[in-house]
Design a binder for this molecule. Structure first.
Ligand code: AHR
Length: 675
């Protein structure tokens, strides 16, 4: 009996000590608010990749609406008597189509647009058709505009329609609205000539800038954004918005770089640019991918204002995409692809003029352009990035010698603008190691680092920013995502590892001032790069788990960092930390202590949080992202498979409030402790 008791007691003691040993005790110092978390900390990065702009966020449904693609009729089918002309009313978009009599009263002349992987319409929703048109020889004509389903086996192909009367030889804008009769994600838009009134002949008609928008866009704007996609961005609570790229800033050649001046002013007159993502990958090739710039710099600044976040434009530094212009034979950059340093002035002027466009008053040239577009107030731009992923060698400083010229000119004219440099495409290695110290020497305010890396990298880099130089420029993690090894989709584990890594961003808010996941959007039929935060087709969209990770951080960023340690060390997935990553902040406005913990291991973990500085009972809200299937993902058909789950917990203690929890394996959880 005695022996039995002793054995039992021993077993209990052993199990208690094992459980005490396995309990992960984290000490959080709520006494002392540390470094402020910047309002810009968690943001978004938009690039027109994966049909993110035309065919995506930009709600226009007509592809090649101005017939400016190099093959003028790409995206269009024609029938009857159609000619392409190039002396139209818009200087930068001179092409248009001429529709004439087909030779017999029963024959039709017209055009049909395929949209972006089809044209999506919804039953009962209203659409606005518009076109610039004239009857060049005078007179009156009528065009029939139909949304059609060519594969329909039903009585009619027509799924919505309207009729527009065109009169006179002057170019005018005509508008008509109609409602969708059915829901179809892949319709076409057909336009054809009809005699105007009984017995009248067909009158030759010219059409330019053929456009179709839903009436219900984000904020109801005519040249507007798709409402569900803009809402998804708004719901991310971004603090900063980087735009327009990415590689498209640089261009495959300088000719195709993003030139912001082409993206402002009347939308009909914005010069088309090619989109480098149409040919970047042989395995995902989209010859019809161009940039209409309908979502241009004005619309971008307006979105920043809508979202209440800071704008962070990126401009070309005069280097064309270095990936595409390295002379493979010599292993050296092909200098002919780039703008020589002594000819950089127009590029520098573009940068200065962009600041004027954003912030100048109406008396300035570019401030007036903005005011004429409907925004007399300045946009209050504070940041500007020069160059995207640039790099150089020790003996050929092609980036920094250009950056210096930009920096000198911008600092002289706009000393308050914060300048952002770059450490190139890699998160470490030769290019990074060369540029990182140079960013300090050059005195940029922040530098942009990029990392699309596998699981092992994210697990190993929890301490990355703990080691950064505190005296150098601040960090902008401008593009990053966990790219699963052999798993290029938005699977759960990748998002969990991003959440884990981000505890290190948060803990180092004194040095990391901005972070933006990338890319942001992808059309399900038109992607070139994945994973991505938000996926969509022509009518629906869904948010990946990575989106929710970003959203959770942005909505719970607090105001100041708090010290959180386990055995006096930051919790950063170190070998002796059982796959745990953690960080803590205080929100002095909401009176909350917010702790984020990721358990990346495949075991449930006992957690004990000592909330030093708090005592008594505190209510705790929790937000959890978890899945037992590491490969699981949200999809268009199952968009809410993995979404944040709300729960509650308690913290209690006479001298120090303590919160205990069993954090399930492969789980990210946020604890919001009411102070
Ligand atoms: O996000 C996709 C691409 O990745 C960006 O255009 C570029 O900056 C990076 O290489």
């Amino acid at each position: 009996m005695k022996l039995q008791f002793l054995t039992g007691a021993l077993a209990l003691a052993t199990s208690l000590s094992v459980s005490a040993q396995n309990q992960h005790v984290m000490d959080i110092n709520t006494f002392k608010a540390g470094a402020p978390v910047q309002s810009t900390m968690y943001g978004i990065f938009f690039e027109d990749i994966n049909y993110a702009a035309d065919g995506g966020l930009y709600a226009e449904k007509i592809k090649n609406r101005s017939f400016e693609f190099p093959q003028s009729l790409m995206g269009w089918r024609t029938f009857g008597n159609v000619e392409v002309k190039d002396d139209g009313p818009f200087e930068n978009c001179p092409h248009y189509v001429r529709l004439s009599y087909a030779g017999h009263p029963h024959k039709h002349t017209g055009i049909e647009n395929e949209g972006f992987f089809g044209i999506g319409i919804k039953e009962g929703d209203e659409y606005r058709f518009s076109v610039w048109a004239r009857c060049p020889q005078g007179g009156k004509s009528t065009i029939i505009v139909q949304v059609v389903d060519n594969s329909s086996q039903g009585e009619t192909q027509e799924q919505a329609s309207c009729k527009v009367d065109i009169e006179g030889s002057e170019w005018k804008k005509y508008t008509a609205t109609f409602k969708g009769i059915v829901t179809n994600p892949k319709a076409s838009l057909r336009i054809f000539l009809r005699p105007n009134g009984q017995g009248n002949p067909i009158v030759t008609t010219d059409l330019e800038h053929v456009s179709l928008f839903p009436v219900d866009t984000w904020k109801g704007r005519e040249n507007g954004m798709r409402k569900d996609l803009a809402q998804a961005l708004y719901d991310m609570h971004p603090g900063v918005f980087r735009f327009p790229g990415g590689c498209i800033v640089e261009g495959t050649d300088l000719e195709s770089r993003y030139q912001w001046k082409n993206s402002v002013g009347p939308v009909e007159n914005r010069k088309l640019n090619e989109n480098r993502w149409h040919y970047t990958f042989d395995f995902r090739f989209f010859p019809d991918y161009y940039q209409s710039y309908g979502l241009g710099f004005f619309e971008y600044f307006q979105l920043c204002e809508d979202f209440g976040c800071d704008a962070l434009p990126v401009i070309s530094c005069g280097l064309a995409c270095q990936f595409q212009n390295e002379n493979k034979q010599w292993g050296k950059p092909d200098m002919e692809a780039h703008c020589p340093v002594d000819k950089l002035q127009p590029f520098i002027d573009d940068a200065l003029d962009l600041i004027e466009f954003a912030n100048g008053d109406k008396s300035t040239k570019w401030g007036k352009v903005r005011a004429d577009m409907g925004h007399p107030e300045p946009f209050n731009l504070k940041f500007l990035a020069v160059g995207n992923e640039q790099w150089e060698t020790a003996d050929n400083p092609i980036f920094t010698e250009r950056l210096k010229k930009f920096s000198d000119a911008i600092r002289a004219k706009y000393p308050n603008i914060k300048l952002i440099g770059t450490t190139g495409p890699d998160s470490e290695g030769e290019k990074f190691d060369l540029l990182q110290p140079k960013m300090k020497t050059l005195g940029v305010d922040l530098y942009d680092e990029h990392f699309y890396r596998p699981e092992t990298w994210f697990l190993a880099e929890g301490n990355r920013y703990d080691k950064y130089d505190r005296k150098g420029p601040k960090v902008f993690a401008g593009e990053y995502a966990c790219h699963g090894k052999g798993k290029k989709w938005n699977h759960f584990e990748a998002s969990l590892l991003e959440a884990a890594f981000m505890t290190g961003i948060e803990r180092n808010a004194d040095i990391v001032h901005m972070a933006t996941y990338a890319p942001l959007f992808a059309h399900i039929d038109g992607w070139q790069w994945r994973p991505d935060a938000i996926w969509f087709d022509n009518l629906r969209s869904f948010k990946s788990v990575s989106y929710y990770v970003q959203q959770i951080y942005a909505m719970n960023k607090g105001t100041n960092v708090l010290s959180l340690t386990m055995n006096k060390k930051p919790v950063a997935g170190n070998p002796d930390q059982d796959g745990l990553f953690a960080s803590a902040v205080v929100d002095t406005k909401e009176n909350l202590v917010i702790v984020k913990i990721a358990n990346t291991s495949d075991k449930d973990q006992d957690i004990k949080l000592n909330l030093n500085g708090l005592k008594g009972n505190h209510s705790v809200e929790t937000i959890t992202l978890s899945s037992s299937d590491m490969d699981a993902e949200n999809t268009l058909d199952n968009p809410t498979k993995i979404v944040p789950q709300k729960g509650s917990a308690k913290a209690d203690g006479v001298k120090v409030s303590v919160l205990t929890d069993k954090l399930p394996a492969k789980t990210f959880r946020v604890y919001k402790i009411k102070k």
